[in-house]
Design a protein around this ligand. Structure first.
Ligand code: CTP
Length: 400
């Protein structure tokens, strides 16, 4: 599986650097070609001689080749690799990568690399939990890099907590999974609705909701990662796309979302309705800002089109529709009723009674109902991991 794969290992200054020797052994045993770039502080933790002996390649760490007056070509190294992994990645290097700082050979190589990048952080627990490190790691994820979460355990400081670099065997498994990953949605056209809708009252006011669009965005990236061509139709919000495989149409109101979905739906194989669409809109929108008058005010509302239900009526045999239900009571009953009313094949239930689930947060806890299978209950996890669970169920559905 890994035979002949070119792996570029970046080693930063951290006590976990000793584990990179074990990772190299596993990779070399699997017939990978491994080259190592170290920062100069990494040399205080493990010697280049150890790593070059294990990798069977020279280890580099500075822009000048030792004693030869020659330049070390980081561009060539960056282009050579099939995969770059920084293990251990220190808080300092993570910060530099997030901001494009380039004061050593490892950072120059990283900035030149065109291959996928994995990052295995290692640091003390407070550094790992510091808002700046969390933001930097999120930034690196937004560049499309895979962050291999640090583990909980005893740290070099003697403290116990999260920050230990993942074990070499686990890093090796991630690398193997990366190269063996079959793109399950290759050639599929996927339509995803996301975010809130804003229903205009007058030029400055609207009826909206707290949806952030994060779940829809995570689904779009997960689908694109698995080979799908994704059409993301999203209400107001920020949608940072890290791939060309997603094309974004931004809309504001439910009517605009309906129009955009109706145009693309027939060419779609899989439609995921993750948007929190406003059920009602004002009967009329004032042209000028409404001025304050009497003690109370009434806005007459009229029902919006139900986008998912309308597409459910149009659904052909080659199509799968997936819905969402956010409920506060009788969760299972309401979710199942929505599934049948809107002709969904699967429905993803979030309960606002679960801590960490719902709008704006980065985590979610879901149950997936299917028309012909038992419900699947999932733990609280990041929206990225939830997106993968949803993809697994959609894939199962296609296969069944
Ligand atoms: N949905 C939609 N268009 C609408 C309303 C909802 O496409 N106008 C979709 C949502 O994206 C979601 C599913 O329908 O996939 C269920 O949405 P939800 O708001 O929970 O259901 P409603 O039918 O609006 O029911 P209620 O608000 O009464 O719970």
């Amino acid at each position: 599986m890994l035979k002949g794969k070119k792996i570029l290992l970046g080693v930063c200054g951290s006590i976990a650097a000793y584990k990179s020797a074990l990772l190299i052994r596993l990779l070399v045993k699997a017939d990978c070609d491994v080259k190592v770039v170290m920062t100069s502080s990494a040399k205080s933790f493990i010697t280049p001689l150890t790593l070059s002996t294990l990798s069977k390649n020279p280890v580099v760490s500075s822009f000048e080749k030792d004693d030869q007056g020659q330049w070390e070509n980081h561009v060539e190294l960056g282009l050579w690799a099939d995969l770059m992994i920084l293990a251990p990645a220190s808080a300092n290097s993570i910060a530099k990568m997030a901001h494009g700082l380039c004061d050593n050979l490892l950072m120059a190589t990283y900035l030149s690399a065109k291959c996928p990048v994995m990052i295995a952080p290692a640091m003390d627990l407070d550094m790992y939990k510091h808002p700046s490190t969390c933001t930097n790691l999120k930034t690196l994820q937004s560049y499309g890099h895979q962050v291999l979460d640090a583990e909980h355990g005893e740290l070099a400081s003697g403290l116990i907590g999260e920050g230990r670099m993942a074990e070499p065997e686990e890093l090796f498994n991630h690398i193997t999974a990366h190269f063996s990953k079959k793109k399950r949605f290759e050639g599929q056209r996927v339509l995803i609705t996301a975010g809130p809708t804003y229903e205009k009252i007058d030029p400055v006011r609207f009826i909206g909701n707290h949806s952030s669009g994060k779940m829809g965005l995570a689904l779009a990236h997960a689908m694109a990662d698995e080979g799908a061509q994704v059409q993301l139709i999203a209400g107001p919000g920020n949608y940072e796309l890290v791939t060309d495989a997603i094309s974004l149409i931004q809309v504001s109101s439910a009517d605009e979302m309906y129009e955009a979905v109706a145009k693309s739906y027939d060419e779609t194989n899989i439609a995921i309705f993750a948007a929190a669409v406003a059920d009602y809109k004002p009967v009329s929108q004032a042209v000028e800002k409404i001025k304050k008058a009497g003690q109370s005010m009434t806005i007459e509302l009229v029902k919006n089109k139900d986008i998912a239900a309308e597409m459910g009526k149009r659904k052909g045999t080659h199509q799968i529709n997936v819905g969402f239900a956010l409920e506060t009571e009788k969760e299972e009953q309401y979710a199942k009723e929505k599934m049948s009313k809107k002709n969904f094949d699967l429905i993803v239930l979030n309960s606002l009674n679960d801590n960490g689930a719902g709008f704006s947060v980065d985590t979610n806890k879901i149950t997936i109902f299917s028309v012909d299978q038992k419900p699947k209950y999932f733990e609280l996890k990041s929206k990225q991991k939830v997106a993968n669970d949803i993809l697994n169920c959609i894939h199962e559905k296609i296969q069944s």
